[in-house]
Write a protein that binds this ligand. Structure first.
Ligand SMILES: Nc1ncnc2c1ncn2[C@@H]1O[C@H](COP(=O)(O)OP(=O)(O)OP(=O)(O)O)[C@@H](O)[C@H]1O
Ligand SMILES: [Mg+2]
Length: 239
């Protein structure tokens, strides 16, 4: 049986006030099944990051409901939301947000910093580093890494808490074609082992790679509204 993990019902997000309001999300309905790989594509400013932030409980909708495992998270206290983020979600940000003066392993361990870091955590960080192909860079300072290597560290950091859901905001945005492809392949492998994956992307090649996968699904967003089909010419971004 297919299990629904996340449901958005009539979700809107409005920024600003009165005359200058922006509808970043406009009555969005969405169901995310466990284990799926979803790409979200749409023009700049269409609401993609807002959508990820709301799904990851980094931001609250202006109206509508967000259900995670059938629980409406809008009503939860901050303590529970923070627990949800910590235990269920792995974020991969477009700009990495790595700490340049720490080494690779220390960066991967940052989500665990509120807790005492144990030897087994370091071992796990090292194992994850092997998965993303950076096994020999554990002690390198992050400021010395290339864009692709930094993105891999950001992925490794998102995996340290065994997330059920990975939210990736343009994970290939700053990478060359080859590196971008291998990053997406790494993410797809994670989904194959049961993690649900949402990838925001500007790259039609990422959408096409995911669409060919049996777990893949593509959604499009424009002016804060979702669609199952591309409502515009994909080629216009292909530069
Ligand atoms: N904190 C904020 N305050 C005011 N407006 C905001 C805020 N965050 C986003 N917006 C506006 O909401 C709309 C959607 O923004 P969002 O960041 O979700 O777009 P996006 O699809 O991720 O764009 P991009 O591809 O450029 O990253 C935009 O018009 C943006 O200017
Ligand atoms: Mg964005």
């Amino acid at each position: 049986m297919i299990k629904i993990f996340i449901v958005l019902k009539n979700v809107s997000k409005i920024y600003g006030e009165e005359r200058t309001t922006i509808k970043a999300l406009d009555m969005v309905d969405l169901e995310i099944e466990k284990g799926k790989i979803i790409t979200v594509m749409g023009p700049s400013g269409s609401g993609k990051s807002t959508l990820l932030n709301i799904i990851g409980a980094m931001d609250k909708p202006t109206s509508g409901e967000v259900l995670v495992n059938d629980i409406e998270i809008g009503g939860l206290p901050e303590r529970k939301l923070s627990n949800y983020r910590k235990t269920q979600i792995g974020f991969i940000f477009q700009n990495f947000y790595l700490l340049p003066n720490l080494n690779v392993i220390e960066n991967i361990l940052t989500p665990l910093v509120p807790y005492r870091i144990k030897e087994k955590d370091r071992k796990k960080a090292q194992e994850i580093l092997e998965i993303v192909g950076l096994g020999d860079r554990a002690n390198t300072r992050v400021s010395k890494l290339s864009g692709g290597e930094s993105q891999r560290v950001a992925i490794a950091r998102a995996l340290i808490n065994d997330p059920k859901l990975i939210l990736a905001d343009e994970p290939t945005g700053n990478l060359d074609t080859e590196t971008g492809k291998s990053i997406v392949e790494t993410l797809i492998k994670l989904a194959e082992s049961g993690t649900t994956l949402i990838i925001v992307t500007h790259d039609p090649r990422v959408v096409s790679l995911v669409a060919k996968h049996p777990l893949g699904k593509s959604i499009w967003i424009k002016d804060g509204q979702l669609s199952d089909q591309a409502t515009y010419d994909l080629d216009c971004w292909d530069d």
